[in-house]
Design a protein around this ligand. Structure first.
Ligand code: AMP
Length: 125
């Protein structure tokens, strides 16, 4: 498996500070910010700071420290938003990947969607 990372993609530009974002949480390896076109009352994107194209690229090539940091940051955001099922109404995580996954931005990102009932998992094709 090999991926070519496009250093001009919009999330790379956000990470370089060339485009503003509404940051929710930032750590050594991870940035989380509000989606510019929210599909739910809460719509946060979690991205690694490293140059990974999609989920499987991140899962295979990221360091353990990056993966742990990313996962814990995503969980922390669910708690910050108050949507963890322990004391909130829940959320959905989505990682669109490639053509069939309809991934628009080729830098791995996790969508956290919450704040309303989100319907069935996948709409008919
Ligand atoms: P995907 O289709 O999974 O690649 O999702 C890309 C997401 O990035 C979409 O939900 C867009 O609304 C979002 N997006 C694109 N540009 C920006 C931006 N400058 N700031 C925040 N979110 C963005």
């Amino acid at each position: 498996m090999s991926y070519v990372y496009d250093t001009d993609n919009i999330f790379a530009r956000i990470l370089r500070g060339e485009i503003p974002n509404t940051t929710v949480l930032e750590t050594d390896h991870t940035l989380a910010f509000r989606d510019i076109s929210p599909q739910a009352p809460d719509h946060v994107l979690v991205i690694p700071k490293g140059a990974y194209v999609c989920f499987d690229h991140f899962a295979s090539d990221a360091t353990d420290a990056e993966i742990v940091d990313f996962t814990r940051t995503a969980g922390e955001i669910c708690r910050l938003l108050g949507v963890a099922p322990s004391d909130g109404d829940g959320y959905r995580l989505i990682a669109n990947s490639g053509r069939n996954g309809v991934q628009d931005v080729p830098h791995y990102h996790l969508h956290i969607l919450a704040g309303r009932p989100l319907g069935r998992m996948v709409q008919p094709g």
